[in-house]
Design a binder for this molecule. Structure first.
Ligand code: GLU
Ligand code: ZN
Length: 320
């Protein structure tokens, strides 16, 4: 038997790809930062496949995600967690929220919510839920036999503050970022916000490092941690990789998919060199081994603006 349980002090980072499209240079940059942060602290890295979004999950994409990570050398510890195999865990967490009357059935369509919303609202986040169904209790679901409904969590008007390791102290008001949010979808599957909390807690994750498009998700997840009585991890949100026109890398930008770079013969060290340079860890774009990056990793050098991937950069590392 071990003399003490050190699980509280070991850093556990995670990689959580969604197999909905192919992983691109932007995903690789975020994974690299997450991986190096954990490894540079002597920590573990766990892997989770976020495949709950059934219709958007592409056949073969899970295998591609494994291959992309292995190609880069971003090895993970233990068996990957697969969300579609964990429905009973999400259901148990959801039933706890139900037993506390913290959720209610919502029959609104997207169009209903858009019509009722008073003001347009923060980027990517959609309209603020106007509370149309908030008068309902859990038991009211039994009478809603004629139409589909999702379950929303009551969020109140709290402002949640967290110390983002990259962005610094961040405060967001739960109402302003969208109000009551869906934790269980009308298709009968858990929403991302619930599943991610259940899983990060189950995997013992101590630090969540992800793209800053997910900043508005963090206060929601912190609320779910609190309501479920689970200890939250620390968070760091890093800028995305964008095109010169400021738009994010997208599926149609096939030239930046990791699978394509592999096919063109780009070496993982060449891509790591580009990413390390973009993070301020090396002065020039030149191939570098992942092991050499562990000692160079640091938060302070990473620029706070999005990394602009110009059309010459991918050919410069051997792609097209
Ligand atoms: N699966 C999500 C994605 O690939 C990441 C979710 C998270 O990091 O919390 O965008
Ligand atoms: Zn509603």
């Amino acid at each position: 038997m071990l003399p003490y349980n050190n699980s509280m002090t070991t850093v556990v980072g995670r990689l959580a790809p969604s197999p909905t499209g192919t992983q691109h240079v932007g995903n690789a940059r975020t994974y690299l930062i997450a991986w190096l942060s954990a490894r540079s602290q002597g920590g573990r890295v766990v892997l989770r496949i976020e495949d709950l979004d059934g219709p958007r999950v592409k056949p073969g994409a899970v295998e591609t995600a494994f291959n992309d990570l292995r190609w880069l050398g971003l090895e993970w510890d233990g068996e990957p967690m697969i969300q579609t195999q964990r429905l009973s865990h999400y259901r148990a967490a959801f039933e706890r929220l139900q037993s506390m009357e913290l959720v209610y059935p919502c029959t609104c369509t997207r169009a209903d919510i858009e019509r009722a919303a008073s003001a347009p609202h923060a980027e990517h986040e959609g309209p603020i839920y106007p509370g149309t169904c908030a008068h309902r209790g859990v038991a009211d679901a039994a009478r809603l036999t004629d139409r589909p409904y999702a379950w929303r969590l009551r969020v109140g008007n709290d402002t949640i503050t967290f110390d983002d390791r990259f962005r610094g102290r961040t405060s967001l008001n739960l109402h302003d970022i969208g109000g009551d949010f869906v934790v269980w979808r009308s298709e009968g599957i858990p929403a991302y916000q619930l599943a991610v909390v259940v899983d990060d807690a189950a995997q013992g994750v101590t630090e969540v490092i992800r793209g800053d498009d997910l900043v508005p998700s963090t206060p929601r997840q912190l609320l779910v941690y609190r309501l479920l009585g689970l200890p939250p991890p620390s968070f760091a949100h890093v800028p995305l990789v964008v095109r010169p026109d400021g738009r994010r890398l997208a599926k149609r930008h096939g030239d930046v998919h990791l699978a394509n770079l592999r096919r063109f013969g780009v070496s993982p060290q060449a891509l790591l060199g580009l990413l390390a340079w973009s993070c301020g860890w090396i002065d020039r774009i030149e191939p570098i081994a992942l092991t050499d990056l562990v000692a160079r990793f640091g938060w302070a050098a990473i620029p706070h603006d999005p990394f602009v991937l110009t059309p010459d950069m991918v050919p410069a590392i051997g792609g097209r």
